[in-house]
Ligand binder design. Structure first.
Ligand SMILES: [Fe+2]
Length: 299
């Protein structure tokens, strides 16, 4: 018997990555549905920044997107960081914790997100570390598909690797639509096919962002420009395939005045409203199979 169950997302609607540079600008009422920060930037922050942050967490649903868990690193997991994040989640009522499926340290920070080899060995290694983090947190985490510019020791495709990690770690997915687009150009694969190969029931929320156009066949994921049309189109494809899910605009460099970002967030909402009015195909995120319906309960 097939049991139909609606996937519950941690937040709803269209969100924005909140940055310190936005302090002093007033967020227009109703402009965003949820906000995201990097916990590393806010743990133990007091004073006027701390008060500003608290004002936001009291007004908006929040998710956090970590920077330094370094899940693929050969170095031991930073369990002190994980415990701090756990406290932060509890303190601010954070709805979801996501991290990058990459690594940024090797007994010291490397200040970049490096690709994990797409191998069986790496799947087992990373999945074990994700499970360890989830055990400490006592909740699931969402891993983000990252952009990468080299694929060392590749034994499987990016999609196979990502799906294997999600399955073996029993964790969720932060779907970065811009990263799929950038990788599809840089590594020459079909972005739509990649998208449709992802497990609907694992998506917790999504990112969109702008990137730098180095050349026709080389895009660099900078979060430093407006989202381009092909990425919006890919997001529409994702909504058509999976149903509408919460989606957030990331902007880390060349940050424009808030009204400009709010306009882009408004475009996310527009696409969500459009997608919600058209019928959803069977097998979408709203109708997971029985075994996937229970994956959101942390074991
Ligand atoms: Fe992202």
């Amino acid at each position: 018997m097939t049991i139909s169950k609606t996937v519950e997302y941690p937040v709803e609607g269209a969100g924005l990555g909140l940055r310190r540079s936005m302090m002093g600008e007033e967020m227009p009422t109703g402009a965003v549905d949820f906000l995201e920060v990097a916990p590393e930037n806010w743990i133990n922050v007091g004073g006027r920044y701390g008060r500003w942050f608290r004002e936001y967490t009291e007004r908006y649903p929040f998710v956090i997107h970590g920077l330094s868990l370094s899940i693929g690193s050969p170095a031991p997991l930073d369990l002190e960081l994980v415990k701090s994040v756990k406290g932060f989640i509890r303190e601010h009522g954070i709805r979801c914790y996501s991290e990058h499926l990459s690594y940024c340290s090797d007994h010291g920070h490397l200040y970049d997100l490096l690709p994990i080899p797409f191998t069986e060995e790496a799947v087992a290694y990373v999945a074990g570390r994700i499970r360890q983090v989830q055990d400490v947190l006592e909740q699931r985490i969402a891993m983000e598909n990252v952009s990468y510019y080299a694929a060392p020791a590749r034994e499987m495709s990016e999609l196979e690797f990502l799906n294997a990690v999600l399955a073996e770690a029993d964790c969720d997915l932060l779907l970065d639509v811009n990263n799929i687009y950038v990788n599809s150009i840089n590594h020459r694969y079909d972005a739509g096919e990649f998208l449709r190969g992802l497990p609907a029931d694992r998506i917790r929320y999504a990112h969109v962002a702008g990137h730098f156009n180095e050349a026709d066949d080389l895009k660099v994921d900078t979060h430093g420009a407006p989202v381009i049309d092909p990425v919006w189109q890919l997001l529409q494809e994702a909504y058509a395939h999976f149903g509408v899910f919460p989606t957030l605009l990331e902007r880390d460099f060349n940050i424009p005045p808030l009204p400009e970002l709010v306009r882009e967030v408004g475009h996310i909402r527009q696409l969500q409203e459009q997608a919600a009015t058209v019928s959803r195909p069977s097998g979408s995120a709203k109708e997971p199979a029985p075994e996937v319906a229970r994956v959101h309960a942390y074991r």
